[in-house]
Design a protein around this ligand. Structure first.
Ligand code: URA
Length: 190
């Protein structure tokens, strides 16, 4: 079994894929390591790369505002990370080879946090963590429970909500369902 110190040290020094050559910072995590709710995005953008923290740009601000409406605060009661820990150049989608190189770190993070609920932010995370053919427009807000017993769902990526505000009402409905699931299965979040 892994421990946080060792995992963090290995991740910070990682050279498993070419994103290591262009990154400013490895973006490992934010929030609480003992949270019951975990959010997973796709990969750092420019601001995240510069600051070394996930979801700190415009999308991250929107995410924090939306999550505050259901009583979630990264300083208090959730954990957040990404599928890949280094910024893909020009914010392109992370390649499958890059995801494959990086996914072991996320698996260790999940083992250490042992969340009750995992929320995928966008299609890329949902395809990795729920099922490879996940369709975000059709399946956002649905719940899936895999062998590990963790409840999983996906919502639109905050960048998609910035591009297309018409998607926001669906996301607010999904967030209300997440709040209800937290009340159902979590004991320390609210
Ligand atoms: N988009 C993501 O998927 N993750 C981040 O950390 C920032 C933007």
């Amino acid at each position: 079994m892994t421990n946080w110190e060792d995992l963090h040290r290995r991740c910070m020094a990682c050279q498993r894929c070419a994103l290591a050559d262009t990154r400013t910072n490895v973006v490992f995590e934010a929030g609480h390591r003992d949270a019951e709710v975990m959010f997973v995005g796709e990969g750092p953008g420019e601001n995240e790369d510069l600051q070394g923290e996930p979801f700190v740009g415009r999308g991250g601000q929107l995410l924090d505002e939306m999550l505050s409406l259901i009583g979630l605060d990264r300083k208090k009661n959730f954990y957040i990370t990404n599928i890949v820990k280094c910024r893909p150049p020009k914010n392109r989608d992370p390649l499958n080879t890059e995801q494959d190189a990086c996914i072991g770190y996320l698996e260790e993070q999940i083992d250490l946090v042992r969340p009750k609920i995992m929320v995928c932010l966008g299609r890329i995370a949902a395809m990795r963590l729920i099922k490879p053919d996940f369709k975000i427009t059709k399946e956002h807000g649905q719940w899936f429970q895999l062998d590990d017993g963790i409840w999983r769902t996906a919502i639109y990526h905050p960048a998609a909500l910035l591009r297309d505000p018409d998607k926001r009402p669906d996301t607010f409905a999904d967030l209300r369902a997440i709040r209800a699931k937290i009340r159902e299965v979590c004991t320390r979040t609210y």
